[in-house]
Design a protein around this ligand. Structure first.
Ligand code: EPS
Length: 386
């Protein structure tokens, strides 16, 4: 069956809830790891005031006992501390008395499409769930999946490549120092000069009442070859990764390896020649494929990029139309972020971790972590014999 998860919760509702189903029994869970991932998502230069209100603390409701998974569904909730100010506006029962109805859809947000789809003129019914607040729940899933992957010798890391036009120089291999630098950076950037440019760009956008998007890169180290499959469209790992990343709010494109750039080059400049020696087995000197061929991992580093459009809530709003009166009016201004690319990077890591944890479970099966590790060792032995 593999892994699956569902989230629930409105941005200003009482709580976010997530259920992760399919984790094997016996995986050690460190609450601190989950907390620190949530903290990373809350941070980043360019975030709005909401993140100062929240403290995003995971509360484990089921599936974990004495620090280890039970193999049963893991339910976790996160309180929305801001609900205190929204109790009337978001009350599950009673009549709407609060004036926080939204009628001027923001171009680029879910407001208008959702209003049309559900035939409602109260666009808050749509935007509350479309808000990127939901991604906090996904980060909980990501943290749990990272712990499983870690037990299998796999690390998932992310950094920001660009914000608006400010770009970090691209590097083929990233050192441990680079990763530490990304973790310490306010914009998750490995390059100090680019970091300054990114922060300046965010400042300028904020002054202009505007917003900025950008690109995050996720890399996965320590993967075995052969995760995913070539045999059926919905088993291909690149498809699964693209879907998972595209489902993050504001992601407009996903690239695997060289991605877009590969479409402009000749085959001889794109594919990674194959080599063999006794010590390493099969290996490549380049990794333009980003560690995926035929919908399967190659055993090289997995490299994916997620491209985020600028956030749709503009303090200097675009023209819109009031859905009740049909009169032209500027779009709604909701408290929001100027730039959430560093936060998106953490969410992208989470989604990649989920897809890969699932791929390992699909490949190896097993009810317990012990079984999983045993099967992984057997598979690794087979790979050595090949
Ligand atoms: C977010 C919470 C939201 C927004 C942001 C992401 O909180 P609020 O609407 O109360 O300020 O800051 O949501 C959006 C950018 C969006 O477009 O919906 C969060 O927790 O990440």
């Amino acid at each position: 069956m593999g892994l699956r998860f569902l989230t629930a919760g409105e941005s200003h509702g009482k709580r976010l809830v997530v259920i992760l189903d399919g984790m094997p029994k016996g995986l050690p869970i460190e609450n601190e790891r989950v907390r620190s991932e949530l903290k990373r998502r809350q941070g980043g230069y360019g975030r709005g005031r909401r993140m100062q209100i929240e403290s995003d603390t995971p509360e484990f409701l089921s599936g974990v006992r004495f620090g280890k998974t039970l193999g049963s569904p893991i339910a976790v909730s996160i309180e929305n501390e801001d609900f205190q100010s929204w109790q009337d506006a978001m009350a599950p029962f009673g009549e709407q008395t609060d004036k926080r109805a939204v009628t001027r859809p923001r171009p680029g947000h879910a407001d208008l499409a959702g209003g049309l789809k559900y035939h409602t003129h109260e666009l808050r019914d749509i935007l509350e769930r479309a808000s990127a607040r939901e991604t906090a729940a996904r980060v909980v899933v990501g943290a749990l999946c990272k712990l499983l992957l870690q037990a299998l010798g796999v690390r998932v890391l992310g950094h920001v490549l660009s914000i608006g036009k400010a770009k970090a120089p691209s590097k083929q291999t990233l050192s441990e120092a680079d990763w530490q630098r990304a973790l310490a950076s306010e914009v998750a950037c490995i390059d100090p000069n680019a970091e300054t440019d990114m922060i300046e760009a965010i400042e300028q956008a904020k002054k202009d009442g505007d917003t900025l998007g950008g690109v995050a890169e996720v890399r996965v180290l320590g993967l075995v070859p052969g995760l995913g499959s070539h045999v059926q469209w919905d088993l291909k790992l690149d498809g699964g990764l693209a879907r998972a990343l595209m489902s993050i709010p504001a992601i407009k494109a996903v690239a695997i390896g060289e991605g877009f750039e590969a479409a402009e080059k000749k085959g001889s400049e794109v594919h990674d020649a194959i080599f063999f020696d006794k010590k390493q087995g099969f290996y490549r000197k380049t990794n333009r494929s980003g560690g995926l061929e035929g919908g399967m991992t190659t055993g090289e580093e997995l490299i994916v990029r997620a491209f985020m459009k600028p956030i749709a809530t503009l303090m200097n709003p675009l023209p819109s139309v009031n859905v009740r009166t049909k009169q032209p009016e500027p779009a709604e201004i909701e408290r929001s972020d100027t730039c959430a690319v560093p936060a998106m990077c953490v969410v992208a890591e989470a989604m990649v971790a989920f897809v890969l944890a699932d791929a390992y479970l699909q490949k190896l099966g097993g009810d317990t972590l012990g079984e999983l590790i045993e099967r992984l060792d057997r598979y690794k032995n087979l790979l050595e014999e090949y």
